[in-house]
Design a protein. Structure first.
Length: 156
C-alpha cells in the first residue's frame, strides 16, 4: 500500500513538474540581432532574457545585455499578471500595467496613465515550435524619446 502511494505521489509530482516546464515562455532566450529591427536609440549588441513562472501565476521577465558602444545594461525586472487587471508599476508610480495572455504562446502588456491612455505596449509571441520568441515593443524611453522595435530571441 505504501509503495502504491509513493508511486502515485511521484507520478503526480512528475506531471506537475512537466506541466510547469511545458510553458512556452519559461526559460532563457538569447537575442538574435540579425533577425531583429531596432530603434535607432536602442541597438544592443547582445542580450539575454529570462521568463520565470512564479508561484502566484505571474511571469517574471528579466533582461540584460550590452549596448552598442559597450556599456552593460540590466533592465528592471518586469512582472506580468496575465489576468487583464490593472496593477501598479512600482518603478513608475503614475502608471499601471495590464497584461493578458490571449493564447498559450502570446503575452500582451500595456503601461497606462491614470486616464487610461496607453504610453507603452509589448507583445511577446513564442513560435509554434517553441524555438524563438518575437517581442514587439513601443513606448517612451527614460530619455522621453518614443521608440518602436521588434526583437527576435532564440531559446537557449
Amino acid at each position: 500500500m505504501i509503495k502504491g502511494i509513493l508511486v502515485l505521489v511521484v507520478m503526480v509530482l512528475g506531471v506537475s513538474a512537466r506541466a510547469g516546464a511545458a510553458d512556452p515562455f519559461v526559460g532563457t532566450w538569447k537575442l538574435n540581432p540579425a533577425k531583429s529591427q531596432f530603434d535607432p536609440n536602442h541597438r544592443p549588441l547582445e542580450a539575454t532574457m529570462t521568463f520565470e513562472l512564479e508561484p502566484d501565476g505571474s511571469y517574471l521577465m528579466q533582461a540584460e545585455g550590452t549596448k552598442e558602444g559597450g556599456p552593460k545594461v540590466k533592465e528592471n525586472p518586469q512582472r506580468f499578471f496575465v489576468d487583464g487587471q490593472p496593477r501598479p508599476l512600482p518603478e513608475m508610480p503614475a502608471l499601471s500595467g495590464v497584461a493578458t495572455k490571449p493564447n498559450a504562446n502570446t503575452i500582451r502588456g500595456e503601461a497606462r496613465r491614470q486616464d487610461g491612455s496607453i504610453v507603452g505596449s509589448a507583445t511577446y509571441a513564442v513560435s509554434t515550435d517553441g524555438r524563438s520568441l518575437t517581442a514587439t515593443t513601443s513606448g517612451i524611453d527614460a530619455q522621453l524619446r518614443p521608440f518602436t522595435q521588434m526583437t527576435v530571441w532564440d531559446r537557449q
